[in-house]
Ligand binder design. Structure first.
Ligand code: TXA
Ligand code: MG
Length: 336
């Protein structure tokens, strides 16, 4: 089983230091309940520009603005529809990002010139404290170089950015990024990215079906058109039914390469696969929640150690929708 270590949480003094850096126009990496963010003062254009250059992020891909109090929403968005307030009451603080009409005080660099803005109130204590102490909303994308798996540990940030960014420690509970819902046309609410909060739960609250726009065909969300989450190894995603034949094939074709198999299920299942094929095998988790939490850590860590990662699919239901969305975007090949 993928081992989850104990992780220390940043103390008040460290959070205060990070907040000071944000106020001075610097960029800091901070934990949220979903993944690490790379944050700067939303209203400081120069500071936000640094995020784009650190990540190598295209300027047409907008950022999420993070607030620590629901009351701060009007600083960021205007014409907020009733449905948004319902979602906020049900899911904030938490892993739900809502796209709304933007308040013109938000610099264009944050929203990539769009007239909408993505907003979220995270539930992680370190993130909330940081935003509070900084005294400004924090614009932050996931803390990874563009196209790479999102960071879920402080060590991932150091791996990606060395000592170029100050990092706050904290445990990530969810592991995949927030669910993104677009309410700029309340008659046709859109799901732009699946996450831990499931479409069904959102539909129940707003009393409307969500139109799913999560693929890369005709993107509604600028981020959808880019290569995503690619580990430094060839990632093959195989369905449960095709897993064994995919392993056989890769083992025959890639004689000189290091292959690792990542399965879904308990330790015994991983052991059986390991014995059958003689390849390193590990379970990503026994539940979908565990797989979500370990996903990016596995992609980053195994991306360095192996040439090929064969990852077993999970069912595209509930949280599985979010997991498969990331795996499919990261994969070189999907076998199902
Ligand atoms: O869980 C999360 O959401 C994490 C943590 C740090 O909060 N953040 C995150 O940010 O995943 P990022 O930048 O990696 O993903 C934000 C996504 C991108 O696909 C972006 O294109 C989309 O949200 N987005 C941002 N503003 C938007 C807007 N105004 N309209 C449509 N999509 C937008
Ligand atoms: Mg990202």
């Amino acid at each position: 089983m993928w081992v989850e270590e104990e992780i220390a949480e940043a103390n008040e003094e460290q959070i205060a230091k990070a907040a000071e850096l944000i106020r001075k126009g610097e960029v800091v990496a901070f934990p949220t309940e979903t993944v690490y963010g790379l944050g700067a003062n939303t209203f400081d254009e120069r500071a936000v520009r640094k995020i784009f250059s650190l990540k190598g992020r295209p300027l047409d891909n907008p950022l999420i603005v993070h607030i620590s109090k629901k009351e701060d929403l009007p600083l960021i968005a205007v014409d907020i529809p009733e449905q948004a307030y319902k979602l906020i009451d049900s899911f904030w603080p938490g892993p739900l990002t809502i796209v709304l009409k933007k308040n013109l005080t938000v610099p264009d660099i944050v929203t990539a010139g769009l007239d909408s803005v993505a907003v979220r109130m995270p539930s992680h204590k370190v993130a909330l404290k940081l935003i509070d102490l900084a005294g400004v909303p924090i614009a932050a994308p996931s803390a990874n170089p563009a196209g790479k798996p999102s960071a879920t540990k402080a060590e991932h940030i150091r791996h990606y950015f060395g000592d170029k960014v100050f990092v706050l420690e904290g445990k990530i509970k969810i592991g995949i990024e927030s669910t993104v819902v677009d309410l700029t046309s309340p008659l046709e609410p859109l799901l732009l990215r699946p996450g831990m909060i499931e479409p069904k739960a959102i539909e129940k609250v707003i009393g409307k079906r969500l139109v799913h726009c999560t693929g890369s065909e005709r993107p509604k969300s600028p981020g959808l058109k880019y290569q995503h989450y690619s580990p430094n190894a060839e990632l093959i995603v195989a369905s449960k039914e095709k897993l064994f034949s995919a392993i056989e094939k890769m083992r025959e074709e890639r004689l000189s390469q290091n292959i690792v198999v990542v399965v879904f299920g308990d330790q015994e299942r991983a052991l059986r696969v390991k014995e059958k094929f003689g390849l390193d095998t590990i379970s990503a988790g026994r539940t979908l929640e565990e797989v979500a939490r370990n996903l990016f850590d596995i992609l980053i860590t195994f991306g360095e150690k192996y040439d090929v990662i064969i990852f077993e699919s999970v069912e595209e239901e509930g949280v599985g929708l979010g997991i498969m969305n990331r795996l499919k975007k990261a994969a070189k090949q999907i076998i199902d």
